[in-house]
Design a protein around this ligand. Structure first.
Ligand SMILES: [Zn+2]
Length: 335
């Protein structure tokens, strides 16, 4: 009998890459939670790999460093396609590319950026990164405010006040307009609630949270509250419940069953069309039951145990994210 998991286009929307790069994404012996072999073994079919830019000083030197780093990281992500030992991986730019990679049993790799600080304060650069590196989403912030927007977690090391802009700055608003024009999805994970609510009003394509959980189940500043979930429903957006123990359960002991519980909460409140899954592997993610890409089957099992059927699983595991990517593509074509 076929296991349902083997038939699904499983899509994990937030994974980091180790930095500096060790050129080990294809090796069979490395400390990574995600590599090409582990994805094939766990039947994780598609991954967003994020170029993560730590929040540094919001000055010229800090901006220059971020801009250099994001290009170097995106070059590495774009170099990961290929074939070895009967395994394949492809860097994908569109939802159609992802579907086609899946049909051909190749791991689909979708480039992304974590932290709008990457742009060094120049909104138009997102167009360049979309064109040159196929970037499909960018979180507006990481931890710590940047010149675009306020973050959910201010950084003491940067002398952050609670609210620097009161949500989006003018640069942040211009950045969202550029992202919409170039088909880059607006990711509100890591942003303050004020930023998220304003971004969801301004953006012409639905915003999404690539790696966050439910605040009413676990009161963590990185999680979305019910008002934010309702906004995602109104705007046809999406939240991707993530495998971070401290976002899933107070005290940090969240498991794959807790992840399924958060997915079920969102599905119940705003509909199965607005929820998916991500791991944050190699960026701090990993929970009992889903410690690395080889264990991805357990996520499907936990979701099945929570009562989700084949159509729901198809939407949660990838259909919803692909729909959002397609919306962004259409908006960029008509822009
Ligand atoms: Zn993150």
């Amino acid at each position: 009998m076929t296991d349902l998991h083997d038939t699904l286009l499983t899509f994990d929307t937030h994974i980091d890459i180790p930095w500096p790069d060790m050129n080990d994404a294809w090796s069979s012996d490395n400390p990574r939670k995600v590599d090409v072999r582990k994805c094939h073994q766990g039947k994780l079919r598609s991954v967003c790999l994020a170029a993560y830019i730590p929040q540094g000083p919001r000055d010229e030197a800090g901006h220059e460093e971020a801009w250099e780093r994001v290009q170097a990281m995106l070059k590495v992500i774009n170099s990961l396609g290929g074939e070895q030992d009967g395994l394949a991986a492809r860097v994908c730019r569109t939802a159609q590319d992802v579907r086609s990679a899946f049909k051909n049993n190749a791991l689909a790799i979708v480039p992304a950026i974590e932290n709008g600080h990457a742009l060094g304060g120049v909104p138009a650069r997102i167009g360049q990164l979309a064109r040159d590196y196929g970037v499909r989403y960018m979180t507006l912030t990481h931890n710590g405010h940047n010149v675009l927007a306020d973050a959910a977690i201010p950084l003491k090391s940067l002398n952050d006040v609670t609210a620097l802009h009161g949500g989006l700055s003018e640069i942040g608003r211009e950045t969202i307009r550029e992202m919409n024009r170039h088909g880059v999805l607006v990711d509100v994970s890591h942003t303050a609630k004020s930023t998220m609510m304003q971004a969801s009003e301004l953006s012409t394509t639905p915003v999404f949270a690539s790696h966050s959980c439910v605040r009413s189940l676990c009161d963590h500043p990185r999680n979305l509250d019910d008002e934010q979930l309702d906004r995602l429903k109104e705007t046809d957006g999406l939240i991707q419940i993530t495998a971070m123990g401290s976002f899933l359960r107070k005290g940090g002991a969240g498991t794959v069953e807790d992840l399924a519980r958060h997915v079920a909460y969102v599905a119940e409140r705003i509909g199965v069309r607005h929820v998916g899954v991500s791991s944050d592997f190699d960026g701090g993610g990993g929970i009992p039951g889903w410690e690395d890409a080889t264990e991805t089957r357990n996520v499907t099992r936990a979701l099945e145990a929570a009562g989700f059927g084949p159509d729901d699983l198809s939407a949660i595991w990838g259909g919803n994210m692909l729909r959002l990517m397609e919306k962004a593509e259409q908006a960029s074509i008509s822009a």
